[in-house]
Design a protein around this ligand. Structure first.
Ligand code: ADE
Length: 278
């Protein structure tokens, strides 16, 4: 029998309700990097142990720059998670991607400015060394493929790959910025993939993301431009689709043996970490 899996779920509005887990119990966790966005809910989906966390807090009180990404990821690892499945609202940056679509993202472009992107920062309680993690393939391709297959089998409008451009926020992009990002070929835009995926890789988690398209950002001629009312409305309407994918894929993930994949990710961290020498 392979490694037992435990699935962490980081969600936005609609996906942070404890009742999606059976027997959910709240756990307050502290980490060397401070407190996570909220209590973590530990429970089960179809007998598979899961941990749920609301990225912006259950009352949506934490803006993207102030999300303690390091505490969130560390807490998930501390509670024994092997996988991290996340949902994120995003804008479409390309024709052919519409509000209501889901994208399983496989790349990112970083336009954030104020975020700590590593656990290995030399602070007394941080892990030892300096980590230059490879970001050629930031997401877990094996987990991502399973998310995509589940979405497709459920008949959802889902894309197998896509590049997420993450901005600092909290403001949305100007039309000029949005057109620039469109010309770069990025597929969608949000405020949270960076540094979340990077930190998950630094602790060897199988991280995959369902991006829920809520708007056309501001590049598209004839559209009024993104606003928060529409984002929240469309996100709430479509988060039930993301939930369907999670409920379908989690028992499937638990049936597979992840020993080698997890070992490979752990080795990648070790190999990319320079330890102090005299
Ligand atoms: N989240 C949802 N839509 C977005 C957009 N257009 N830009 C940044 N973050 C978003």
């Amino acid at each position: 029998m392979g490694t037992k899996v435990k699935i962490g779920i980081i969600g936005g509005s609609g996906l942070s309700k404890p009742d999606i887990l059976k027997g959910g119990e709240e756990k307050e966790v502290n980490t060397p990097f401070g407190k996570p966005s909220d209590a973590l809910i530990c429970g089960e989906i179809e007998g598979v142990p899961c941990v749920l966390l609301s990225r912006h807090g259950r009352g949506h009180t934490i803006m993207p720059t102030n999300v303690n990404f390091r505490a969130n990821i560390w807490a998930m690892k501390e509670l024994g998670c092997t996988h991290l499945l996340v949902t994120t609202a995003c804008g479409s940056l390309q024709e052919g991607m519409h509000p209501g679509d889901i994208v399983v993202i496989d790349q990112f472009i970083d336009r954030t400015q104020k975020r700590i992107q590593t656990f290995f920062d030399g602070a007394p309680l941080s892990p030892l060394g300096i980590c230059h993690m490879s970001m050629a393939d930031p997401f877990c391709s094996r987990t991502s493929k399973m998310l995509y297959e589940s979405g497709k089998n459920l008949g959802l409008s889902i894309r197998e790959t896509g590049t997420m451009l993450t901005i600092e926020g909290p403001r949305f992009s100007s039309r000029a910025e949005s057109k620039l990002f469109n010309s770069w070929g990025a597929h969608c835009i949000n405020m949270t993939t960076v540094p979340e995926v990077i930190l998950a890789k630094e602790v060897g988690l199988c991280y995959a993301a369902l991006a829920l398209v809520t708007d056309y950002d501001s590049w598209r001629e004839g559209e009024e431009g993104v606003n928060v009312e529409n984002v929240m409305k469309i996100f709430k309407q479509n988060s039930s689709n993301a939930l369907k994918v999670l409920l379908d894929v989690i028992p499937k993930i638990a049936k597979e043996d992840w020993t080698k994949t997890l070992e490979d990710y752990k080795n990648a961290v070790t190999m990319n970490t320079l330890l102090p020498h005299s």
